[in-house]
Every structure is written in C-alpha cells, then in structure tokens.
Write a protein that binds this ligand. Sequence first.
Ligand code: NAD
Length: 443
Amino acid sequence: MNITIFGAGYVGLVTGACFSQMGNNVQCVDINKEKVKQLNKGKLPFYESGLDKIIHDYNQNISFTTDIKESIINSDIIFIAVGTPTKKDGSSNLDFVFSVAESIGKYIDTKKIIVTKSTIPVGTTNKVKKIIGQGIKNRKLTIDFDVVNNPEFLKEGKAIQDFMYPDRIIIGLENKKLKDTFKTLYKPFSMNHEKLIFMDIASSELTKYAANAMLATKISFINEMAIMAENLGADINMVRKGIGSDSRIGYSFIYPSVGYGGSCFPKDISSLISFSEEKDYRPNILSSVQEVNKNQKKYFFNKIIKRFSNDLNGKEFGIWGLSFKPGTDDMRESPSIYVINKILELGGCVKVYDPKAMQTAKEYYLKDLEGICYCDDKYDVLDNSDGLILITEWPEFRSPDFMLIKDKLRKPIIFDGRNQYDFEDLGQIGFEYYQIGKNNKWN
Ligand code: NAD
C-alpha cells in the first residue's frame, strides 16, 4: 500500500519503519525541514533501539519529505501522527492535527482513508472529518473519503518490539467495509493470533486514554502505598511482592518510584480530565493520580534535603539517569528535571550521566542551567560528590561497583528513586541508603 504518515516523531517514524519493512511504500512528511534533512542523510532525531537499522535496511521503501501536497496525492492511506501537546489549561493542543486535516482537505484528489494515530480527545476524529470535508467543499469538488482512529500503544525504548508484536490493534471506524483493508495492512503484525479489535471511533479514542490512565493509576497507587509504608514502619518492597503475587493484581506497574514522567502519561491524564470536565464530569480518581504523582517527586527530594539538614548550599551530587525511563533519550517530564532544578535552586551543583540522554539534556532540558557538569562515565559523577542520586533505572546502574562508589563519594550516601539495590547489603558495606517507601535507621 502507499502510506503517508504526517509527523516524523517517535510514533510516525516507528510506524513508518515497521510498515516499510512489511513491503509497503511509506512517505513520512514533517514540517520540520531540519529533521527531514537529517533523516534523508540517515540521521534519526532521537534514540530508539533498532529503528535506525530498519530505516537503513528498507530505505527503498521509506522516504522523508516536507512536500505536503505530493505526499497526500501519492497515498492510499494517510496516518496523522503529529504531536498533541498539553495547553496551559491542561487540555490538548490539537492545532497540529487540525492543520494536517486542512492540508488534506486542500489537496486530496481521490478516495482515501485518513487515520488519526495521535492520541486525541474523544470527538477529534469527527472534527478532522469535518475539516477535510469543508476543504473539499471549498474547492467545489466531491471526493469521497473515510476517517478511522487507530491509537498507538508503543512504549519508547521498546517501540519496535511493541509495534511488531502488539498486544492488540485498536481500530475505530464507521465504515465497516474497511475492516478487510485494516486486516490486510496489519496482517504481518497479527500472525500468531488475531490482534485487531474493531469498534466505534469514540470508544477507540477513549481506549487509548483509558489504558494510560489505568497504568498511571497503578503507579500512583503503589507510590501512595510507599509513603504509607514508610510512615508505618513497613517495607514497600515486601508489600509489592506480597500483592503482585496475587494473579488478580500482578507485578506490572506496581514498582515504587520517584513518579511517572514522559510524553504520554502526564499529558494524557491531564487531557482526559479536561475533556471529561467539558462534559460536566470531574474524574476524582484521575485528579488524585495526578496529585500523587506531583507529590512523589517532592517526597523523594525531601529525603535529600532532610539528610542535609535543609542546607544544600555548596553541596555536590552525582546524578545517574536523566531520561524519563530507560531505553530512550526522551526527557519530557522526567523527574530528573525537577530534582536537578531544585538542587541548583538551593545552591548545590550536580554532575550528571545518562547512557543516551546527555545530548537531549545539553541541547534542551538543562540547556540554560548553570552548575551542571556532564560526565562521560557513570563513575566520574561521584568524584567529590556528597551523594549519588539514582533517577532512571538503566540496566547499567543495576549492579555497579559499590566499593568504587564508596571510594569516590565524600560520604557513602545513595538516594535511590527506583529501589534498585538491596537495603541490607548496602548497609553492611557502610552505605547510607535511601529508598522509596522504606523507613531506615538514618531517618
Ligand atoms: P513527536 O513530538 O515526537 O513528533 C511529532 C512530529 O510531528 C514532529 O516531528 C513535528 O514536527 C511533526 N508535525 C507537527 N505538525 C505537523 C504537520 N502539520 N505536518 C507534518 N508534521 C507535523 O510526537 P510523538 O511522540 O511521535 O507523538 C505523536 C502522537 O502520538 C501524540 O499524540 C502522542 O501522544 C501519541 N503517542 C506517543 C507515544 C510515544 O511514546 N511518544 C506513544 C503513543 C502515542
């Protein structure tokens, strides 16, 4: 099939690469000229394991362009995978989506299928349909087209795996005759058993939000339990094992932490609350999920200032991990941004190391901050530091050389935002070790 994808970001590029690998002819169109230029030189705008190889190996099937008109004309199916960032009031900014819809209305020449893949509030696909229809009408033409919603569930860091072997593929449509087209398109990703779930468009749009809301709720639930465990003298690590072993609950997404970040959970929860309120219902659980998550960063940071008697002036900290999770260089809403800003605000400074996100940090998220030293080796951040702060659970931080850490730090203190190490083991070799959800003798 001839597939055009609007938006050469995480979702657009992964979708494009995977479709191209299956023999489709894919064009990725983006308004960011520099991004397209780099992509045409074989340079990806972000790190995602395995993506560069597919794009390189199947380069005869995938192209990158800024030519909106040609991309629309040369397509059978158009996917809209542009960003839907959060506005100041918490709702979704749909300008990018609607701008693509306007372009389609302006240039569509023959019958096509338009698929919204971006995460969009319920009712948006219908608005996209109206905008395209209006564009065609303005040209005094009659061109038939269909709209479909196909939300994306990939996880950054495992995006290719998720796209190639999805748990399910949600297709929201009005025209039932399109089912066969989507069965054919997604057949290579559905070989084991049928992964496609067809439904109406509103349910499909809401399914994406409901999935992320459920996962964020699990995270905030365990984080709230963690604070309670700590206050009550219990150990959240044991509680986690105790409840995870219940097959009705399971182990996934109940790992205590410094809180969730990233481009999806904070944005999607906020958007869901906002468009639910437009229909006069305030979702109580989700407001609390958001509140608990905001508080979790503060709760973690309080451990640090409490340890230094509210005085971080002149203190130096080594930071392990900047990205919002392992496997990506994405720092959107990463807890590291909060922790680093707070330390600097209170007169401290930081040395940072991340296996993939150093460039992102330097160029965007920590760009204007003074008091940050970027280190090429994880152990270099420890030299003369007053403590190690672990924020992202990259595999390379899982079993470090603790004796080396002890030698390098001024005092052997670790603040662990991901509960990666064994409390007793570290105590025995002389560390002061602070975790989420576990009271310790130093408090
Ligand atoms: P992104 O910011 O990485 O990429 C969006 C791209 O769209 C940018 O390159 C931008 O230049 C381009 N763009 C904006 N307007 C355009 C236009 N008119 N024409 C062509 N290109 C245009 O965004 P992303 O992370 O890929 O997310 C895209 C959507 O998918 C969002 O709605 C997001 O919520 C959703 N989503 C993201 C993930 C994820 O893990 N990143 C997972 C599932 C769903």
